[in-house]
Design a protein around this ligand. Structure first.
Ligand SMILES: Nc1c(NC[C@H](O)[C@H](O)[C@H](O)CO)[nH]c(=O)[nH]c1=O
Ligand SMILES: CC(=O)[C@@H](O)COP(=O)(O)O
Length: 223
């Protein structure tokens, strides 16, 4: 399943599970399996349903309600979306893998190569200022920020990690463009590699999914 809008998932539930491991799966609290009457308002393009979905990481969990419109990003309308990826060179052995995961995921959702730009900065501390500047150009639907901060002997780690986190948040708020936090903050290199395609998945890929979700949310529902 590659071209299903997130809203369509509601229409098909509770169907058998998806073949893709990145498309949100749907689960229901036992006894809460719904018989949804779903309508789609052309005016707001919001989902109107007798369900309320509460997200459980990437999958909605159902509780019942009525008359509430739901808005969420879509994973089927990604062609034409433009992304900037701001990547730290520091700990590049890790950030390159995170970037690969992100690009692979963008492509899996039909984002075109020519709509992806990669901007390299020296370290994670430098990410926010560029993310904000790029966001303000209005050329991108989301900015994906990638870095790997790994603890050393001093408190320098905390300064870099906290600055990167709050800076990326500020970049998004100040530019009005979703700025996604794909910066690892790890105790050691093992932890980092495990999250860059190792045992704990690829956080760059996960961050790309978030970027798509936020970009389509803004594009489709806010404009
Ligand atoms: N130690 C890490 C850094 N440090 C460098 C800073 O990000 C910054 O480039 C420097 O302080 C100059 O302003 N960066 C990382 O991305 N990861 C680290 O583990
Ligand atoms: C997080 C860092 O910048 C790191 O390289 C600092 O290492 P140290 O605390 O040993 O100076």
């Amino acid at each position: 399943m590659t071209s299903m809008a997130a809203s369509e998932l509601f229409l098909r539930i509770p169907s058998s599970s998806s073949s893709s491991n990145s498309i949100p799966k749907v689960a229901f609290i036992s006894g809460c399996e719904p018989k949804p009457t779903v309508t789609f308002s052309p005016k707001t393009r919001g989902l109107s349903t007798n369900l309320v979905s509460r997200r459980n990481r990437r999958g909605p969990v159902c509780v019942a309600s009525a008359g509430i419109r739901h808005f969420r990003g879509s994973f089927s309308k990604c062609q034409g979306l433009r992304f900037a990826v701001v990547v730290a060179q520091f700990n590049e052995v890790v950030t390159k893998l995170l970037l690969e995961g992100a690009v692979e995921t963008f492509k899996r959702y039909s984002v075109r190569e020519e709509d992806i730009e990669v901007w390299w900065v020296p370290g994670s501390f430098e990410i926010p200022v560029l993310a904000q500047k790029l966001g303000k150009t209005g050329k991108y639907d989301a900015i994906l920020c990638i870095g790997a901060v790994i603890r050393g002997d001093t408190t320098h780690y905390d300064a870099v990690a906290n600055s990167a986190a709050s800076g990326v948040l500020s970049a998004g708020l100040n530019s009005g463009v979703p700025c996604i936090f794909g910066v690892l903050t790890c105790d050691d290199m093992d932890q980092a590699l495990n999250r860059a395609g190792g045992k704990a998945g690829n956080k760059g890929s996960e961050a790309a999914v978030t970027a798509i979700e936020m970009a389509t949310m803004f594009q489709e529902h806010i404009g």
